[in-house]
Design a protein around this ligand. Structure first.
Ligand code: C2O
Ligand code: CU
Ligand code: CU
Length: 398
């Protein structure tokens, strides 16, 4: 008999349902905590007041219920949810607490993008886990100096999945739900595919790419074109030689790719400001991680901003003697545009809105955002163990 692994889930044993939210609608979500410890339900990427964002301050104690209500104001995008209780986020996510939030809006119909869930529109949640004797190890048994790293890739909770493709165009939503691992995803035959969306929604100019990079917390949507492949063929997504998913081509229904590009106009061109309002320095590894020389303190407000204001933040990943490491920087309650990486201007039509951005050692990134909602929001490294070791600060929007 194989030993079973204890997991956690939302409405099930592992992970959770895909929750669909409609732009313009008011939503009520009830979290019933049947765990034996406190948790929170954080809506990662959702632009809502901090009182309902499910950060570390919105604790749901064991056995209790919490109801939040908010209006969905943002555009179509792939967001996700996960717990965020102080000191327990990494462990609860590792055990399986995470789910997807799809924001849908009316404009989707115009885009002709694939949107039949499970048929031509599929999510792939990438998570690495440590497996020993065909058993996923518990969180306590995993080495986690810079975050829990596994040796086995789980995709939507499955090892070595395949998908029977029946349409000529497949929309794939990739989510890095890992505690600490970065992924570079390619097609096994090296061919290109089309990137159509970033964390916070569609990009105005979809781009053909041969690989995508995803750090913890980030999401990217792509279209894979099967129209020129033969029925019966198999091609896979791979990361570092490890198979993510096998696509088995069974049928080629549907339209051709050129008709599928989202119409422009999702994002207005940026009015680029030049003043940098905040400078943040990320530094450290292991337990010695900090932002601007400080560790998280829930009684301290690190940054203040005004509702409706647009700001530029410059975030710098300072190297150490060991060379440092990539930190995925995330802000709650806001979506931002990336203006520059190391002084290089980016074409803002080619990147969508983001809420999490990978910053490599010695890299300096400028982002621009408008604070639409009020409250105390977290910003932190999305390597979950770094966040728990204090790589987090608080932004108060009045
Ligand atoms: Cu994915 Cu503070 O969150
Ligand atoms: Cu978040
Ligand atoms: Cu980090």
């Amino acid at each position: 008999m194989l030993k079973k692994t204890k997991t956690l889930g939302y409405n099930g044993n592992y992970l959770g349902p895909v929750v669909e939210l409609k732009k313009g609608k008011t939503v009520t979500i009830r979290t019933v905590n049947r765990l034996s410890e406190a948790t929170t339900s954080h809506w990662h990427g959702l632009v809502v007041p901090s009182s309902v964002d499910g950060g570390p301050h919105q604790v749901v104690k064991a056995g209790e219920t919490k109801v939040v209500k908010f209006k969905v104001k943002q555009n179509e995008s792939t967001l996700w949810f996960h717990p965020h209780p102080m000191g327990k986020t990494a462990e609860q996510v590792y055990k399986g607490l995470a789910g997807l939030l799809y924001v849908k809006d009316e404009k989707t119909k115009e885009t002709m993008l694939p949107q039949k869930y499970g048929e031509n529109d599929i999510p792939l949640i990438l998570q690495d886990r440590k497996v020993k004797n065909r058993n996923v190890l518990g969180y306590a048994d995993v080495e986690k100096t810079d975050g829990a790293l596994g040796d086995t890739l789980l995709v939507n909770g499955t090892i070595n999945p395949y998908f029977n493709v029946k349409y000529s165009q497949l929309r794939v939503r990739l989510i890095n739900g890992s505690n600490a691992r970065n992924y570079v995803v390619k097609l096994s035959d090296g061919s290109s595919f089309k990137k159509i969306a970033d964390d916070g929604g569609y990009i105005s100019k979809p781009k053909n790419v041969k690989k995508i990079e995803l750090s913890p917390g980030e999401r990217i949507e792509v279209l894979v074109d099967f129209s020129k492949r033969k029925i019966g063929e198999t091609v896979s997504f791979e990361t570092n030689g490890v198979r993510v998913v096998n696509f088995k081509l069974k049928d080629k229904q549907g339209t051709n790719l050129s008709a599928l590009a989202p119409k422009s106009g999702y994002e207005k061109p940026l009015k680029t400001l030049s003043t940098v309002n905040q400078k943040l320095t990320l530094f450290g590894m292991g337990k010695n991680v900090e932002i601007n020389g400080k560790k998280f303190d829930e009684t301290r407000i690190d940054i203040k901003a005004k509702q409706g204001e647009t700001e530029i933040w410059e975030v710098y990943n300072k190297k150490d003697m060991m060379g440092g490491m990539t930190h995925p920087f995330h802000i709650h309650g806001v979506q931002f545009k990336v203006l520059e990486r190391n002084g290089q201007k980016l074409d803002n039509q080619e990147t969508g809105l983001k809420d999490t951005i990978a910053i490599k050692p010695d890299e300096r990134v400028k982002i621009q955002m408008t604070f639409k909602e009020k409250g105390v929001f977290m910003y932190h490294c999305h390597i979950l163990e770094h966040e728990e070791n204090g790589m987090m600060g608080q932004l108060k929007v009045d």
